[in-house]
Design a protein around this ligand. Structure first.
Ligand code: VGL
Ligand code: ZN
Length: 199
């Protein structure tokens, strides 16, 4: 219809997934994602919108033991980050999370890493319980946990809307983030900007 072109109405079956919006992935953290703080404003707007509609909001978090296998001192690719129950693992203080938020912790044991929110977690079960069918995904980082959460969600049969203004990439190699977005779209994710979501 004229005037509604490009607008996306939220409806029953929609869920918002916030991927790892944690202090260590923000500027000043131990594994800062460049411009990671830029996801906060669009994500807050979406949190408020989903909450107002009574739709589920889920936040995943990296929740590693201090001797996690992904850390440099164990031969892994990353500096220590998001160690459970430390300040760096906390959600971005600037976000006002709803009381009804569901938190999903991942990569919680020393010898397994998980970039996907679906990796050895209850995420799929709780989305089924909430009758979620279409996932709106934003957060950090585009080329790791967002990429893997989105591809797993698609493989499990969810429709996935990728919130391109609410994700940022590590870009270990220049272009990793852009390649990750192309890969998610190739697998069926629909890339949108959050401004298209109506009140
Ligand atoms: C992540 C690197 C290491 C992420 C987690 O959340 O994208 N990246 N651990
Ligand atoms: Zn990690």
């Amino acid at each position: 219809m004229e005037g509604s072109i490009g607008r996306i109405d939220l409806r029953a079956g929609d869920a918002l997934i916030l991927v790892d919006v944690q202090k260590d992935f923000l500027p000043g953290g131990s594994l800062p994602v460049p411009h990671g703080d830029e996801v906060l404003v669009p994500l807050q707007r979406l949190i408020d919108r989903f909450t107002r509609h009574g739709l589920p909001v889920v936040a995943t978090r990296d929740w590693h033991p201090s001797d996690h296998c992904s850390f440099h001192d164990r031969g892994g690719p990353w500096p220590p980050h998001c160690v459970a129950d430390t300040p760096g693992a906390e959600f971005a203080p600037a976000l006002a999370l709803p009381d009804a938020i569901t938190i999903v912790s991942k990569a919680v044991t020393a010898d397994l890493d998980a970039y996907s929110g679906f990796g050895n977690t209850e995420l799929d079960d709780l989305l089924h319980q909430a009758h979620a069918r279409r996932l709106f995904v934003g957060g950090l980082a585009t080329d790791y946990c967002v990429l893997n959460t989105v591809t797993d969600g698609l493989a499990k049969g969810y429709a996935v809307m990728l919130l391109t203004d609410a994700i940022r990439a590590v870009d270990v190699l220049p272009g990793d983030g852009a390649r990750a977005i192309a890969e998610m779209e190739r697998r069926g994710a629909i890339a949108i900007t959050s401004g298209r979501i109506t009140d």
